[in-house]
Design a protein around this ligand. Structure first.
Ligand SMILES: [Zn+2]
Ligand SMILES: [Zn+2]
Length: 100
């Protein structure tokens, strides 16, 4: 997933807001486990995905060219992201350094 931190979008509900990305399953049904890397100071709304998508993630140990196409991403404003995430269970997964 491309790093899109600090890009702005216009949300119909919230107006100008930061861009965030979540998988389509979380967008449709946020009441489930949310997998993502830990929020950081410069990335408070890390890209998140569901347990279905996490199986694709685990097959590579990261998102890359081989599994990224299995991930159907929805663009959310950060306030929509927060209100959705508040309904789910947030699980942090360690960011692994994967060498080629
Ligand atoms: Zn998903
Ligand atoms: Zn919004």
């Amino acid at each position: 997933m491309a790093y899109q931190q600090n890009k702005k979008i216009e949300c119909e509900t919230h107006g100008t807001a930061f861009m965030t990305f979540i998988c389509e399953h979380l967008a449709l049904d946020p009441r489930q486990i949310w997998y993502s890397h830990a929020p950081a100071k410069d990335n408070q709304w890390p890209d998140s995905w569901c347990s279905i998508c996490h199986q694709a993630y685990m097959s590579e140990g990261q998102w890359n060219d081989k599994n990224e196409e299995e991930l159907k991403i929805r663009l959310f404003c950060h306030r929509c992201y927060e209100s959705h995430r508040a309904q789910g269970k947030f699980v942090e997964i360690p960011e692994e350094e994967v060498s080629d």
